[in-house]
Ligand binder design. Structure first.
Ligand code: GLU
Length: 281
């Protein structure tokens, strides 16, 4: 049974690009006689707003979508992410990182630069090298810390992995290009990579459809699945819908939210047609 999902973050109103992605996931489930889920990715309490959650429900219902209830909201499932972190910690693959952004930048500048990964310069590994006694003392002193994955150790523990994307075919996982990713932030006890991987497994998602801007992230998700013994779905990363100016839609384009289109008199049918437009290759 194919299970797909649309997993927006309630940090703004949905725009046409979201409509494309939601319809894509729903259509993929429908074409296979499968199930379509909606998930609210609201781990970032500083940026997510309840009114945007309401807006997601309102906009998607207006577009003509329906989804299974109850809708999973990540903020209500921190225990699941803590359990996954516990399993990784038991394998010795996590370490606390006390660095601030400024300290990381200073360290990279002092070293004359750092290799770049898909998310920017790689973490130089400062806190990976701390002595256990220093870690314990800083934690005992109440210093805030993130949890990072020791990428080299994780890749060695997991062995070679690959994954299947319906558009790109078989892909050899290369998560090492991300360096020691943060799996629990200082302010939130999880991260995008961890929460999305745990949720897709717990919800039985078998086909992850999402924009090609998240293609690289799948290397990390595949690694986490390997380390946590989770089922491995298939992926289908779709092109991103672009506006008449050739730029992809983004939350900054306020005028193109589904709300403003609706308020300016567009019917849901017209918006569905626009949203099924021509994603970039
Ligand atoms: N919540 C993510 C976003 O809004 C999407 C997560 C995913 O599809 O994996 O960009």
């Amino acid at each position: 049974m194919i299970v797909t999902r649309f997993a927006p973050s309630p940090t703004g109103r949905l725009h046409l690009g979201h409509a494309y992605s939601a319809l894509f996931a729903r259509d993929a489930a429908r074409a296979a006689g499968g199930r379509f889920l909606l998930r609210i990715e609201d781990i970032d309490a500083g940026r997510c707003r309840p009114e945007f959650v309401d807006g997601i429900f309102e906009d998607l219902a207006w577009l003509g979508l329906d989804w299974e209830t109850p809708v999973r909201r990540q903020s209500a499932h921190m225990d699941d992410y803590a359990a996954a972190l516990g399993r990784l910690d038991a394998q010795g693959l996590l370490y606390p990182c006390f660095c601030t952004r400024a300290e990381i930048q200073a360290e990279i500048a002092a070293a004359g630069g750092a290799p770049h990964g898909p998310d920017g310069p790689l973490y130089p590994g400062t806190c990976r090298r701390l002595a256990p006694s220093e870690r314990a003392a800083r934690i005992a002193a109440g210093e805030a810390y993130a949890l990072r994955l020791d990428m080299a150790a994780a890749v060695a523990a997991a062995g070679p992995l690959d994954w299947h994307d319906r558009a790109a075919g078989r892909v050899a996982a290369a998560p090492q290009r991300f360096g020691d990713v943060v799996l629990a932030r200082k302010d939130v006890p999880t991260s995008y990579h961890l929460a999305v991987t745990v949720d897709d497994a717990l919800q039985g998602v078998s086909l992850v459809t999402r924009g090609r801007d998240l293609f690289e992230a799948t290397h990390v998700h595949r690694l986490l699945q390997g380390l946590l013994g989770l089922p491995v779905p298939e992926w289908l990363h779709h092109g991103l819908l672009t506006g008449p100016d050739g730029r992809r839609y983004a939350k900054r384009d306020r005028s193109l939210t589904l709300l403003t289109l609706r308020e300016s008199g567009c019917s849901s049918e017209e918006v569905r047609r626009m949203a099924r437009g021509h994603p970039s290759e």
